[in-house]
Design a protein around this ligand. Structure first.
Ligand code: PHB
Length: 393
């Protein structure tokens, strides 16, 4: 058994864990990151792609913004498409803010690189990760790594281990309530080797369901289709996917360019928030504490926001000021509920609710009315712009 001591033990080497470890390291606070997946797996998984302006500012402020500055694509706005027409919402013109398209994978790669040079130790491919004594001031994390048993003692444990991680379930169920909602649809996502057919993201409500055109670079497009959550990816040949994308995204005078599909998968959608992000010496950040449906592009940005608040609170703690750390859960969840509201709003406005009832047809027409208002009222567009580009911390 290898006994180790650190100040903050971080579970999870996704964007939340890596960024927290990095922010603490820069402030001279020791942290150790424990991750059960391999570095190859983490770098290969395809995730979100839109960074709020505040997230980009945070990466730059912490000295890990070179990648996004060089390779990020700055977008002034988005397109909302419905009833066969495409409408531009120009955030920059409306409120002077933008978003940046830069894959989560790239953020993670930049952070791993930074840690390698001058950061916190990261134990990839750890097994049997478990947290202990979280209700005491000296919590521990145990795990196996390359055949060795590790016993990591810390002042705090941070659960940045995602929705399915071990940290949230280690909080006694009497101390935590889960608020959640699932949606009767899922996203089928593809990556395709083809220059994007659009300069900015297209979010589209079509009679057949939602569709979206996003991108990862000037060479790689990312596209999504609303499908039934019970759909199996085997039922979706490349040809069927492109056909559906042409049908839903098509507008006169515009061409959707096809390319080789290099990745395809179906993701269910859910909204989830825990009643607390703190129990004793354990703090949760990112997906470990909350999940949003992807329509508002808020998952990664929420993780970055949590970590920004938590890093500052931990830095204050080590400077003998505990106020922010005690308030972390309330502050982060207060912000999170606004984001939940926005993500739910975007999701319900843009997806076709299944079923053949009278409600179903009413809902669709009401959604068209909502989109019509959202793309024609300056007040509504500003509200969308303010939320999409990111609320202040
Ligand atoms: C993506 O590019 O993967 C993406 C972009 C915007 C969203 C969701 C996903 O709202």
């Amino acid at each position: 058994m290898t006994r180790e001591t650190t100040r903050v033990a971080i579970i999870g080497a996704g964007p939340a864990g890596l960024l927290l470890g990095w922010a603490l390291r820069r402030a001279g606070i020791d942290a150790v990151i424990v991750e059960n997946r391999s570095v190859e797996y983490i770098l290969a998984r395809v995730r979100a792609g839109v960074l709020e302006q505040g997230s980009v500012d945070t990466l730059k402020r912490l000295g890990v913004g070179d990648g996004v500055a060089t390779n990020g694509l700055i977008h002034d706005g988005i397109y909302l498409q419905f009833a066969g027409e495409r409408h531009h919402v120009d955030f920059n013109e409306l409120i002077g803010r933008t978003v940046t398209v830069y894959g989560q994978q790239a953020v993670v790669a930049d952070l791993i690189d930074a840690h390698k040079h001058d950061g916190s130790p990261i134990y990839f491919e750890s097994s049997d990760v478990a947290v202990h004594d979280i209700e005491s001031p000296s919590p521990r994390v145990t795990f196996g790594h390359r055949g060795e048993e590790h016993d990591l003692h810390a002042d705090f444990v941070v659960g940045a281990d995602g929705f399915h991680g071990v940290c949230r379930p280690s909080i006694p169920s009497s101390a935590l309530t889960a608020y959640e909602r699932s949606y009767p649809y899922a996203w089928l996502g593809i990556l395709a080797t083809v220059p994007p057919s659009t300069d900015e993201l297209i979010y589209c409500l079509h009679e057949d369901g939602f569709a979206m055109h996003s991108m990862r670079s000037m060479e790689v497009s990312r596209l999504y289709l609303q499908v039934d959550p019970s759909e199996s990816i085997e039922n979706w040949s490349d040809e069927r996917i492109w056909d559906a994308l042409h049908t839903r995204l098509g507008v006169p005078g515009w061409t959707l360019h096809e390319g080789e599909i290099t990745e395809k998968s179906i993701t269910p959608m859910r909204s989830f928030v825990t009643s607390t992000l703190n129990c004793g010496s354990l703090f949760l950040a990112g997906d470990a504490g909350h999940i949003v449906p992807p329509t508002g592009a808020k998952g990664l940005n929420s993780a970055i926001a949590d970590v920004t608040i938590l890093a500052d609170a931990l830095i204050d703690h080590y400077a003998d000021d505990d106020v922010a750390l005690r308030r972390y859960s309330d502050v982060a969840l207060g912000r999170q509920w606004r984001i939940q509201q926005f993500s739910q709003w975007m999701t319900q406005m843009l997806h076709r609710h299944p079923g053949g009832s009278a409600d179903h047809e009413f809902d669709y027409r009401s959604q068209l009315g909502q989109l019509d208002y959202t793309t024609s009222s300056t007040h509504a567009m500003r509200s969308l712009a303010e939320q999409y580009t990111g609320l202040p911390l």
